[in-house]
Write a protein that binds this ligand. Sequence first.
Ligand SMILES: [Zn+2]
Length: 273
Amino acid sequence: MRIPITMCHGISWQPRPKKERAHLKRLTAERFEMYFRIASEMGFQSISYNDLARWCAGELDLPGRPIMFDFDHPDWSIGRVVEPIMSQFGYKGNLFVNTSPMEKVNNPYYMKWDDIGHLIEKGWHIGSHTHNHYDLDYLAKKDPSGDMICEQLEKCDEMIYAHLGIRPRDFAYTSTTWSQIAENEVRKRYRFARLWIIGAHYKTDKGIIRYAELVGADGDDEIDGGPPFSTRYITQKTDPFKLPSMELEYLIFGFDSYRRYIENATEGLLPSD
Ligand SMILES: [Zn+2]
């Protein structure tokens, strides 16, 4: 079984530089409605990291067509716009919170702790995403001892525990960055860690490398500019500390690409299989 997993940061409300605007892909409420409708009509049911853990341990059978909907950052639109659309289809998301924006109590662009509490009441799963959201290759170079990454993980986990009473067990790496030292620390604290696919490459402490190389996969990158199709799903063989996720604003933005991505999770062989 292959589990498709999407990622995004909520609706695209942020102002963008003029040069980006002409070819900008924007996630609107209407687009989200379509993504969830397509998945729902194809019979997909959302699962959480707890479900995934129990499946990996052989304790739980997943629905016939499982899917994961991940979100990073406590963006206001996730609670106010996206969750109400998802709940129409019975879907629940997984939210990874970087905690420094939560200290900005008067900033309207971020959720409040109560808003995240509301998502938890709706059945959402909460994970960690560091406190300050530094690039992980940068942190590794700045502090090879690993103390700085540890502080980032600890502070994030402590704030989530203090405000929500949850001890996060799952982690999302920041941006498209990774370092061995970050993964080593992450392995001590969490049960899963998730990467983010927006193209074929990743910024690491060893320089820029192919995503496929990072996750130890064979095969060439695909013509859409992303890594081999086989790396884009969670399977029983996926390293739990290098889970993939497909950003909705990039390779699977188009409804046809999105549909093909989730369809290929259960139907037929992928070109790179
Ligand atoms: Zn992030």
